[in-house]
Every structure is written in C-alpha cells, then in structure tokens.
Design a protein around this ligand. Structure first.
Ligand SMILES: Cc1cc2nc3c(=O)[nH]c(=O)nc-3n(C[C@H](O)[C@H](O)[C@H](O)COP(=O)(O)OP(=O)(O)OC[C@H]3O[C@@H](n4cnc5c(N)ncnc54)[C@H](O)[C@@H]3O)c2cc1C
Length: 327
C-alpha cells in the first residue's frame, strides 16, 4: 500500500476529470486522476459522437476518451487504476482519499468528477441494442433518428423533455408510460399534449427491446399494466428516460447535495461549500449533461483550483494552510 501525494487530486476519468487534468498539469499542479470502474466515463459505452467540437466527422466515444486521456498524460497527469472508497474532507486541505487497492491519495485540492449514470430499465435487449436503436440521451443521439419513428420511455420531467426535444428531428414521437398520468411538471405536460408530433401510450411497460434482421432495434414488446395484454410497438429508436443517478454515495454527509443527490456548488462555479473541493461535470449538473459541458466545468475547476492554491502556503511537510494576507 502506497501513499500518493499531489497538489491536485481528481476523482473520475470522464471528460470533466480529463479536462481538469489537462489544465491542472499545464498549471504545474501535477494532477493524479483516479479513474474508477469506468475509465473514460460514460462516452466509452456509446459509439457515434457528433456534437463534440473539433471533429467535422463522427467520432467514436471510446476513441475520443482515449485521446483525452493521452492528452492529459502527455502534459504530465498520473493515471491510477483505482476506485476511491473513502474520502476525508472534514479537516480541510490537504484532502485524503483511500482507494479500493488500499492506496492512499492526498491532494491539496480535490476535484470530484465522478459523473452520473443513466438509469436503465434492465430488460432483455436493452444493453445489447445500446447504440443500435436504444439510447438514454436524446440530445446526444436524437439527430441520428431524423425523419424516423421514435419512442421515449418514462413519465417524469426527463421523459417529457426528451420527447419534446425529439420533435426537432421526428414528426412521430411516442411517449410510453407505465401509469395513466405523468409525473412531469404541469408546464411540460401542457407542451407535450399540445404537440401534434407526440402521442402517448398509457399503462404500458416495456418488456423487451427486439432487433430486426439488420441487428438494430425493430420493435418494443409491451405489456398493458391494467389488462396484462401483450403487444408490440415498431420503432427505429427508443430513448429510455427514467432519470439519472449521480455517483455521489462517497460524499453523503460530507458535501451538500440536492434532493436527487447531485453535488451542490456555488452557482456558476464548480466550488463546493468546502474551500479547495470542486465538483465538475455530470456529478453537479443535472441540466445539461453533455461531454462538452463536463469538459468545460472540468476546466473551470482546474482554474479555480489554481487560484485556491495560490492563496495557500504549503508547509515543508506537505500541509497546506491559508496564506497570511501580507500583500
Ligand atoms: C449512451 C450515452 C451516449 C452519450 N452520448 C453523448 C454525446 O453524443 N455527446 C455528448 O456530449 N454527451 C453524450 N453523453 C453524455 C456524456 O457522456 C456525459 O455528459 C459525460 O460523459 C459526463 O462526463 P463526466 O466527466 O462528468 O462523467 P462520466 O463520463 O460519467 O465519468 C465519470 C467518471 O468517474 C469515475 N468514478 C465514479 N466513481 C468513482 C470513484 N468512486 N472513484 C474513482 N472514479 C470514480 C468513473 O469511473 C468515470 O471515469 C452520452 C451519455 C451516454 C450514457
């Protein structure tokens, strides 16, 4: 078991973590990125990415994340194959974290970029057809279904927002909900019911996602929750929109969160209530949830981390304390 000391400890290796690392390394903060169970983050489970700036042609999610990782390493980031299982934020900077390996990580600043995971239905065909008709992100993948028939599964705000967004690309959107009323806010429901492009199928659960001969999604197997009757619904794309779960269990009782578990930050910044602890990417953003916004807040975290460190003096034994305002 080893102890790894750095000025900048980053938990998470998605676009937010890698971007924080790129900026942090170039500012001589010698960042360590603890990568977690999904090195590269959520984009490693998708295929086509067409909206990350800088690439005229479609790029592949895993490739894009490999490039970000290489860039971060190239400028001096240390990557760790480990998952943080414990953090100690109570005593201020430096912050201590412990990995699954037993290794200890100590950072003068901490950037939390642990992301979020889309919630899935957990039914047959869902994972197998991911990227082949089944998606959890209309903003990301809606464009690929322009002019096609799509379904959205869910009944909360996320589902209604996704359905409304999809009307930019498709005139044939069906919302499939397991109850006979929606949980979404009234204003969203009004917009949904007013849209001539959206139909609603009530009281239906999706039992399976089924592929056609070409290996892509062809139809959904549905069950009526009232009659128990089975039916099928043919479509080209299906968007599972039953919410997201931010990866914040580690920080329960240690950092402020909203009702859904997203880390609370000072509005417009990545600053948490603990000086020197920053949150970037999907872990603090339930609104935009895009690779480019995650990268943007990762950059902001690194810039704010640099400013925080500039206001600290580091003792010879590695302990940071606030510099006296002598200037
Ligand atoms: C199927 C799919 C397709 C998508 N397509 C697009 C798209 O086309 N364009 C787009 O802009 N966005 C897309 N997105 C959204 C995009 O992937 C996310 O917005 C983005 O990845 C968020 O980045 P992040 O860095 O905040 O976190 P994430 O990418 O979620 O990464 C989180 C990181 O934290 C790590 N981690 C978690 N817990 C720990 C721990 N305890 N210790 C150490 N590490 C930990 C994980 O291993 C992971 O590396 C898509 C998402 C999905 C699911």
């Amino acid at each position: 078991m080893a102890t790894h000391r750095t000025k900048m400890l980053i938990i998470g290796s998605g676009p937010a973590g890698y971007s924080a690392a790129i900026y942090g390394a170039r500012a001589m903060m010698e960042p360590i990125v603890v990568q977690g169970l999904q090195p590269g983050g959520q984009l490693t489970i998708t295929t086509d990415v067409e909206n990350y700036p800088g690439f005229r042609d479609v790029v592949q999610g895993p490739w894009l994340m490999d490039e970000m990782k290489s860039q971060a390493e190239h400028v001096g980031t240390r990557m760790m194959w480990d998952t943080i299982v414990e953090v100690d934020l109570a005593n201020g900077s430096p912050f201590r974290a412990v990995g699954d390996s037993g290794d200890e990580y100590i950072g003068d600043v901490l950037v939390i970029a642990t992301g979020a995971q889309a919630k899935w239905l957990g039914v047959p065909g869902e994972q197998e057809l991911g990227g082949k008709g089944v998606s959890a992100c209309a903003t990301c993948d809606g464009f690929f279904y322009r002019g096609k028939k799509v379904a959205v599964i869910g009944g909360g705000n996320t589902a209604v927002e996704e359905a409304l967004y999809l009307t930019n690309h498709s005139d044939d959107v069906t919302l499939i909900h397991r109850r006979d009323e929606l949980r979404a806010e009234r204003i969203l429901q009004d917009r949904l019911f007013k849209s001539p492009k959206i139909k609603v199928l009530w009281n239906k659960t999706v039992e399976r996602f089924e592929a056609g001969e070409n290996g892509a999604l062809a139809q959904l197997a549905l069950r009526d929750t009232e009659t128990g009757q089975d039916s099928t619904f043919a479509c080209d794309g299906a968007f599972v929109a039953i919410g997201h779960a931010p990866s914040t269990e580690l920080f329960e009782g240690k950092l402020e969160m909203d009702a859904s578990g997203y880390l609370a930050v000072e509005p417009g910044t990545p600053k948490t209530a603990i000086p020197g602890v920053f949150a970037a990417g999907d872990v603090m953003d339930h609104t935009y949830r895009q690779a480019v916004t995650a990268a943007g807040t990762g950059c902001m975290a690194a810039l704010d981390a640099e400013r925080f460190l500039a206001g600290l003096e580091i003792d010879l034994d590695g302990h940071a304390h606030e510099a006296e305002a002598a200037e």
